[in-house]
Design a protein around this ligand. Sequence first.
Ligand code: GCU
Length: 755
Amino acid sequence: MRQYLTLKDNWCFTKQEQNTVPTAVPGDWEIVSLPHTWNALDGQDGGSDYYRGKCWYVKELSIPEIPADTCIYLEFQAAASFCEVYVNGNKVTEHKGGYSRFRAEITDLLTENTNILAVAVDNSHHDDIYPQVADFTFYGGLYRDVNLIFVPKTHFSLDYFGAEGLTAESEITGENKALLKLYGYVSDAQEMDQVIFSVFNAEGTIVAEVCRPACEDASAELQLADLHLWNGVKDPYLYTVKAALVRHNELLDQVEVRHGFREFHVDPEKGFFLNGELMPLRGVSRHQDYLGMGNALTLEQHKQDAQLIKEVGANTIRLAHYQHSQDFYNLCDEMGFILWAEIPFISRMSEDPNGHQNCIQQMKELIYQNFNHSSICFWGISNEITIGANTPELVANLKELNSLAQTLDPSRLTVMAQLSSLPMDDEQNEITDVVSYNHYFGWYVGTIEDNEKWLDEFHASNPGRAIGISEYGCEGIITYHKDDAKAGDYSEEYQALYHEHMAKVIEERPWIWGTHIWNMFDFGCDARKEGGVAGRNNKGLMTLDRQVKKDSFYLYKAYWNAEPMVHICSKRYAKRHNDTISVKVYSNADEVSLFVNGEFFGKKEGHRVFVFENVPLGNGYTTVTAKTDCCTDTTAFEKVSEPFMPYQFAEDASETGVTNWFDNVDLNKERELTFKPGYYSIEDTAKELLEHKEASDILVNALSSLLGYNLKKSMLAVMGGNRLCDTASDLPADPEDTRKALAYINEKLQEIPKQ
Ligand code: GCU
């Protein structure tokens, strides 16, 4: 029987470069336990300066006594992002990509004496490893489990793209009936060996059993009736499929997976259907990080995230922008979330042809490793990939990825998350089975009403294309508060207003097959400095430490979670200088009453959002209570004489350049590109330019004008260490306009000497 040994403690760790591969336990390195990332702190503190490089982990392997004919594998649940593995100085394997599982057999490399495992993990930029560019921190390390697996020589395969060696797939064939297809992949099968597949219901009762001779690809089919379907969050009923590998009367190996019987489809006119019922997918996106922990999460933290997403009432999660932990996919199977799983082919296509091979590898790993998760219904092939150029090579690569996903798994749908500015009729919208757009109208660009205009126009002009919103959201920082909240003020109130609008727009359009808020939780982005907060993307409905639910969280809870609730908004906006205020309440009841200092103030009927105007504030504290027929919420506001200034976000003037001067520049003038040594030019990196005040002003102003919205220096920081002339082609602007803007920027930069 197979055995797992998790290598948790006593790893020696260093960032120091090593001239040779370590073959002994180093005495003076830091001792760490897994899961571990070296960016837990510097990846979240801003400055775009977190450590990206090669680090080493070394551990002595204590191998228990094992029977002859046992194979020993090393299994890495993930290593971010380029990993080389050595046992006793011998290279075992290497792996490119920081989010998927990989294994290697090490049996022949082990000695009877001490064995030393040395692992080099490198999170620096590689042209041939995705992701290439994004706002989120690319935390490095062995941030998921590393296991030793002991298996008899004949076993369910451990060698195929990190897969489980057993797959279960089903097709609904009638009411509560399905055809279940089972595949057991056996390595080194002998002629008499058998695979016994058994199917158990959730109560643990066996419901079917079928035997096949063991071979590399032992498959069986079963027609099952009286099934209990897996019905999303309403009823996530799971069966367990066990595969036992037997020789004579002995069990050699056994694996098990869970399986939910379900049918789904997307109707472009009507939306998403699960088991024949319309079920608009409404939910959130999630990144896998946590305050002070980076991406090295514990099972408890994964559980907490899943519980919070359940509490908000979501029925779907987009697991962005890469393969997540098996722990989380398992929880989603158990809790019934419909998942969008994706690879990190995001923002920009690498020019290195090996990069495409890496995408293909990550797509194969995503599908083979997660095939058995019934919660997954969509394979995402890319995100905002046209931020880089939209070239024929890109289209060809996307088509190849799409058909790969469709071929490996015809039972699910493919999808891509398009950049908002991608024209509706772009041929890229024809590639995947369904399509989805990231829209930030009302935050980065346009007005909040552009959302519904865009959606209705797309729906009317593309009746055959199922459309979703793969990202929408805006920043909300819980210490900023405003009465007349507006886009760009980072207040908790604007975030709430924005989501009130979006929740309504979405509710009125059930044909939008799926919507995913960006993001459930704030997440670490070391390059960002939004609203004066370094190192965060603050678009979460909750904070990075999972301690605070912003008002927007409760808005969606009122919309999506049927459990009775009532919530008074802007509690953190506690000091008020007006004599009367408006009090906003979110609830899923039809009627809410408000009490002021215990006295009845008024009653409102409504749908999710209830606003009570002219609530009087006396001196000192005024206690306000909102009540429905079964819930109540209370807070107090304090009357103060002057506006409390810390509630306002004061834009740091060094973050934005002087506005509008660029608009008066004659861009059509032909400018010669010069490159005087000792002066700045577009051949410098964005990082270098941003470090110089005048150069960065030129850059921010010119690019703001080119793109038509106010950029901030922190937003440009993601362009990082690449030459401006190379990354500028990635901007979503007309290439000719970009060329002219670059010529102008260059002319101005050439006036600034480098110190
Ligand atoms: C993009 C991108 C996200 C990013 C978001 C944002 O759409 O896909 O990864 O975090 O914008 O700007 O907040």
